[in-house]
Design a binder for this molecule. Structure first.
Ligand code: DGP
Length: 112
């Protein structure tokens, strides 16, 4: 499958890795929108939030269990934002489910 995030997980494309376990992989966004901008992805290819089901939701649980640990490690004591873009209207550019963890500054209130 020609998926850039699958290639990052496999180590075929370099990334600034933050964390990895058997279910999820986290790395720094190549085009950061905030001082901390980490992408957390499931190790199984799921195309978007629209593909989450009872069969694969363990990946999403693992990601959301890891997020507070990343936030603490990054010193995001005054808050952070977690978003996922799903599909064309949300401008999803990489078709592998990913959650953006952003913080380290006051983020804009308006999200579109
Ligand atoms: P989205 O619009 O939600 O699909 O965001 C995709 C994000 O992925 C975007 O913020 C840039 C990031 N990205 C794309 N290609 C690469 C890459 O090769 N390496 C890294 N680290 N990030 C990437």
């Amino acid at each position: 499958m020609d998926c850039i995030f699958c290639k990052i997980i496999a180590g075929e494309i370099p990334s600034a890795k933050v964390y990895e376990d058997e279910l999820c992989f986290a790395f720094r966004d190549i085009n950061p929108q905030a001082p901390t901008h980490i992408l957390i992805v499931p190790k199984e290819h799921i195309a978007s939030a629209d593909g989450i089901s009872g069969e694969n939701s363990k990946y999403v649980s693992a990601i959301f269990e890891a997020i507070p640990k990343f936030a603490a490690a990054e010193g995001l004591t005054t808050g952070y934002r977690v978003i996922t873009n799903c599909g064309e209207d949300a401008c999803q550019t990489v078709k592998h489910l990913h959650f953006h963890l952003m913080g380290g500054k006051k983020l804009p209130e308006n999200m579109g």
